[in-house]
Write a protein that binds this ligand. Structure first.
Ligand code: CO
Length: 214
């Protein structure tokens, strides 16, 4: 129980593999990070941000929580967002949901888990908001897939409404916000076509994306 030696061994082998390819890799990285992307994804162990897009350490700034939510008062997510946009000057924010998300499924089926029910209430709010569109889907799996997509579109809209994104656009900083869904069954990403590159686009892009999912 006390020892996780196998993880230290794997770590050593991993660092060695990277150094074999680029002897200065870690030395260069230790001086600074300049990632171009902020990833906001689910905590699910099957959705590891860097691996999915095949990026190395230093290339992706990451925030993950259950069901990839961007809650207006979540100081944790907002701090990551602010640091990424204002300090690191990332050019892209990717909100990535995934099919088969336990959090989304629990919200859809109103399953009680415990404390996290209160967090997942935000997904239930998304479900409630799009009740009519979801109800027209007969199959429960397809309904869960759709709720996963709707949830991403809603979280993209939430990012757009933060003072952080709005201020960045206001001062002319280049910033694009994307909404994607990842398939744990095939390892592939889908673009939900809700990319917003300035504040004026936020509401039209949201409406178009929701319309496409209706
Ligand atoms: Co999930």
């Amino acid at each position: 129980m006390r020892s996780l030696d196998h993880l230290f061994e794997k770590n050593k082998a991993w660092a060695q593999r990277i150094v074999e390819q680029d002897p200065d890799f870690f030395v260069k990285l230790s001086r600074q990070q300049s990632p171009e992307y902020l990833w906001i994804g689910c905590s699910d162990s099957r959705v590891p941000a860097n691996e999915i897009v095949d990026l190395l350490p230093g290339e992706l700034f990451v925030h993950r929580n259950v069901a990839n939510l961007v809650v207006h008062t979540d100081l944790n997510c907002l701090s990551v967002l602010q640091f990424a946009v204002d300090v690191l000057k990332v050019r892209h924010i990717i909100v990535c949901g995934h099919y088969g998300c336990s959090g989304v499924n629990a919200a859809l089926r109103r399953h009680r888990i415990g404390l996290s029910d209160n967090w997942l209430r935000h997904v239930q709010d998304v479900r409630h908001k799009h009740e009519a569109a979801l109800a027209s889907i007969g199959n429960e799996t397809l309904m869960a897939d759709r709720l996963c997509e709707l949830n991403v579109v809603e979280q993209v809209a939430n990012v757009c409404q933060t003072t952080i994104a709005r201020d960045a656009w206001e001062r002319g900083q280049e910033l694009a916000i994307h909404g994607w869904a990842y398939g744990i069954k095939d390892g592939l990403l889908r673009d939900l076509n809700v990319t917003v590159t300035n504040y004026a686009e936020a509401i039209p892009m949201y409406q178009a994306a929701i319309g496409a999912l209706a």
